[in-house]
Design a protein around this ligand. Structure first.
Ligand SMILES: Cc1cc2nc3c(=O)[nH]c(=O)nc-3n(C[C@H](O)[C@H](O)[C@H](O)COP(=O)(O)OP(=O)(O)OC[C@H]3O[C@@H](n4cnc5c(N)ncnc54)[C@H](O)[C@@H]3O)c2cc1C
Length: 399
């Protein structure tokens, strides 16, 4: 009888795990996701700024799963909890039995409760709905500026958190404003982008090369960088800092931190401060039989025990590792510990400009880095598209 693998979460980790599992004839996969689409969060910066469209950042999960010709079933529901004794995942409409379970439920924006008003007055980008709201706000703002020729009132857009996603969003929005300046004239000059972080530098924890090249690029795009600026509270008009003058703002995106998805709360096992599971070196959680966690919902450390930043790359590497471990378990081979590494980082910094590092020693910036980043994204996207084309055809043939 075929082994049943259930995956909760159709993000970067979940989809990569499926690709590596569905190739085997003796495995059947079920994907559970509360959304019917895969959201390409890594492209959110371009969607918010109006550079990409919805179809560039969203892939239909039913059609994608149909691309595996009945090897992969899709259940569009929230996973509620797991009964580890009977090896079943509970969903609203019943339960789904598993031999192996992969939890890949990702993370959400951490609107820190110690910053008064943050949750009420800022947008996140980790879910499509919020990113879409922000895009609409941004577009409306530019539209209003266009219609109202005499409107010289300064508009401040704030981005809280200068990590990978914060700098990408700030750069892309600043680049759009710069482009609009050329086509729409001085009307949009009054839109200012402010990037705020409590750390001493932008991109805390990243290499000197990435910090310096990104800083220079953001400045050249006119982004006002406020580091060492700790947000104390905000209301609907003003951001108040612990150690700097208040900033009047129009709207704010918060990318300053993440927290594991609510699903983690349903499992009683060891977790860190941001609710990520703390797994063993095989990414098994809580010693539960045949249960693994991958991606943003789990704390992943490298060989030196440094916690790796939550990225799509780490989600995919952990997914490949866990899929391989499941192959090994079925074939009764011993498992090896997960050897987590960051192979490279590429940061999109507005228009055709990026900065990146590969294998720690190849350092690129500008148009060449943009081309490399584009190639990586394109390879990912085209893989999804090929699968979805097959799925779409299958669905039309067998509705
Ligand atoms: C603006 C931005 C830019 C980024 N840029 C980069 C980049 O350049 N490079 C990079 O490597 N990373 C980047 N990242 C980070 C990257 O997007 C995440 O690390 C990655 O999405 C994590 O993948 P995941 O599979 O763990 O989770 P996700 O992709 O978040 O997927 C989780 C899935 O689980 C589902 N889910 C959650 N709870 C349940 C439940 N109870 N039941 C059913 N389904 C559930 C969700 O609907 C979702 O589909 C960026 C992130 C942002 C926001």
């Amino acid at each position: 009888m075929n082994k049943k693998v259930v995956i909760i979460g159709g993000g970067y980790g979940g989809l990569r795990a499926i690709e590596h599992l569905a190739m085997r004839a003796d495995i059947d996969v079920t994907l559970i996701d509360k959304h019917h689409y895969h959201y390409l969060q890594t492209e959110a910066y371009g969607y918010i700024a109006g550079r990409f469209d919805l179809h560039d950042v969203v892939i239909d999960l039913q059609d994608w799963c149909s691309g595996f010709k009945k090897k992969v079933a899709f259940v569009n529901e929230s996973a509620l909890c797991v009964d580890f004794e009977s090896q079943k995942v509970k969903i609203c409409s019943g339960e789904i039995a598993y031999d192996y379970l992969i939890i890949a439920t990702g993370a959400k924006t951490n609107f820190f409760s110690f910053i008064e008003g943050l949750r009420e007055h800022s947008f996140g980008v980790k879910n499509l709905h919020r990113a879409h709201n922000f895009r609409v706000e941004f577009e409306n703002l530019i539209y209003k500026k266009l219609q109202n020729e005499d409107d010289a009132q300064e508009i401040n857009l704030a981005i809280g958190g200068a990590g990978l996603s914060g700098v990408e969003v700030a750069a892309e929005m600043a680049n759009v404003v710069a482009v609009y300046k050329k086509t729409l004239g001085s009307r949009v000059n009054s839109i200012k982008i402010h990037l705020i972080d409590a750390s001493k530098t932008i991109l805390p924890g990243m290499s000197d090369f990435l910090i310096k090249s990104t800083h220079k690029r953001l400045e050249s795009l006119g982004v006002n960088i406020l580091t060492d600026a700790f947000i104390q509270k905000m209301d609907d008009t003003t951001i108040y800092f612990k150690n700097a003058n208040p900033l009047q703002y129009h709207f704010m995106i918060f990318t300053g931190g993440i927290k594991a998805s609510e699903f983690n709360e349903t499992i009683d096992t060891q977790k860190n401060k941001i609710s990520q599971f703390i797994p063993n070196e095989m990414l098994n959680i809580g010693g539960k039989k045949n249960v693994f966690a991958i991606g943003d919902c789990v704390e992943i450390r490298d060989a030196e025990q440094n916690i790796l930043p939550p990225t799509a790359q780490t989600a995919e590497r952990s997914a490949e590792y866990v899929a391989d471990s499941i192959h090994k378990k079925i074939d009764k081979q011993p498992l090896k510990p997960f050897d987590a590494k960051v192979l490279g980082v590429f940061i999109a910094l507005g228009g055709r400009w990026a900065s990146g590092e590969l294998f720690g020693f190849i350092k690129v910036k500008g148009y060449s880095a943009y081309l490399l980043k584009k190639a990586i994204t394109y390879a990912y996207y085209i893989g999804l598209r090929l699968r979805i084309n097959t799925g779409y055809k299958n669905r039309i043939k067998n509705p």
